[in-house]
Design a protein around this ligand. Structure first.
Ligand code: ZN
Length: 157
């Protein structure tokens, strides 16, 4: 459950100044605790900070695997639309999965190349090469790959 930390302490604990619109946080490994520094906009909204979506996400617990490499440091936060869990935003790419392990969200910045390729009527591959040379392959498709026309891909802009 979320506990409130005095305003005068939270910036020192997280280690950054309060941001105008971003929520920042710090997972403190020694305390097994995640601290949230709510944005100025969130504070300006008023009301109970425990009702903030970031606090509610934290109440669901964090997935430690997704925080590897991001503990004991100040990180901008986001809430996974798929799992509703609190995650560090610095991961590149940012990969979110649903509870069944399927891909919910993939956000990469600093990308060198993206290649989409249809394998058949119901499966697509996306190959993403990051600027650092790291390669990611994503597969999109219908549950039943034999159901022609079940999946669709189109250029929208
Ligand atoms: Zn907030």
């Amino acid at each position: 459950m979320t506990d409130l930390v005095p305003t005068e302490d939270i910036e020192r604990i997280v280690g950054v100044a309060r941001h105008s619109i971003e929520h920042w946080g710090r997972a403190v490994s020694a305390e097994q605790t995640v601290y949230i520094l709510h944005s100025k906009a969130c504070l300006a909204r008023g009301g109970d900070l425990c009702g903030c979506p970031y606090s509610e996400a934290l109440d669901k617990g964090i997935e430690m695997a997704r925080w590897n490499g991001y503990v004991d440091m100040a990180v901008p936060l986001w809430v996974s639309a798929g799992t509703g869990r609190l995650l560090p935003l610095m991961a590149n790419p940012r990969v979110g999965t649903d509870e069944d392990g399927t891909l919910d969200d993939f956000l990469a910045t600093d990308v060198q190349m993206i290649h989409f390729e249809a394998l058949d009527d119901s499966q697509w591959y996306a190959t993403v090469k990051l600027a650092n040379g790291e390669l990611w392959q994503l597969n999109f498709g219908a549950i039943n790959t034999r159901a022609r026309g079940y999946a669709r891909a189109e250029q929208v802009s």
